[in-house]
Each structure stands twice: as C-alpha cells, then as structure tokens.
Ligand binder design. Structure first.
Ligand code: FES
Length: 105
C-alpha cells in the first residue's frame, strides 16, 4: 500500500512505501528524489525543504526554532506548509501523506 505521495522538483510523481521508522528525508532521498540533505539531517542546510498538504501538516509536531531558522525565518523561504523532511520521523499516522519537494534555492 502506498503511504507517501511525493512530487519532485521536476514535477514527477512518486508513490513510496516507507520501511521502518526513518525520517521523511531518508525515505525521499533513498527513493532518489532531489533531496540533497547536505547536513545529513542536523537541521542546518534546509536542502530537505518540502511542502506538506493538509490534513497531514496538522498532524506534525510544531516546528522548532531551529527548523524555522534553517528555513530563513519569516522572511526566508518559509511558507505556511513548509517543513524540513529531516525533522519528521515516519509514523503510521502519516499514511497517505502528500508532499512536494521545494524548489532549489
Ligand atoms: S538535511 Fe539539512 S536541514 Fe534537513
């Protein structure tokens, strides 16, 4: 059963089946999507920036100050549905999640 519906930067659609309890960043990168993850998930590079659709966005823990800062704060690349994929651990509550990889900055 597909549990992640992801759109890559080039508009290509991917249906992914997560294994275990990795982060979304690890799942997307393993599937070959354009997630650089230059800081390997330490919330510093923002190259794992994704846009999460509702209702899944509301299921996530609030963003930390570090996550907001990595996205450049309110004046940066931050949008209402922005998240760093490395800060989201896969959980079955997220089954069916719809997301889009953010444009490269
Ligand atoms: S991998 Fe660098 S902020 Fe997510």
């Amino acid at each position: 059963m597909t549990q992640i519906f992801a759109t890559d930067r080039d508009g290509s659609k991917h249906e992914l089946e997560p294994q275990g309890h990795a982060t979304l960043m690890e799942i997307l990168r393993s599937a070959g999507l354009s997630i650089e993850a230059l800081c390997s998930g330490s919330c510093q590079c923002a190259t794992c920036h994704v846009f999460i659709e509702e209702p899944w966005l509301s299921k996530l823990k609030p963003m930390s100050d570090f996550e907001i800062a990595a996205l450049g704060g309110e004046g940066g690349d931050l949008q209402a549905n922005s998240r760093l994929a490395c800060q989201i651990k896969w959980d079955d509550d997220l089954a069916g999640i719809v997301l889009t990889v953010a444009p490269e900055v």
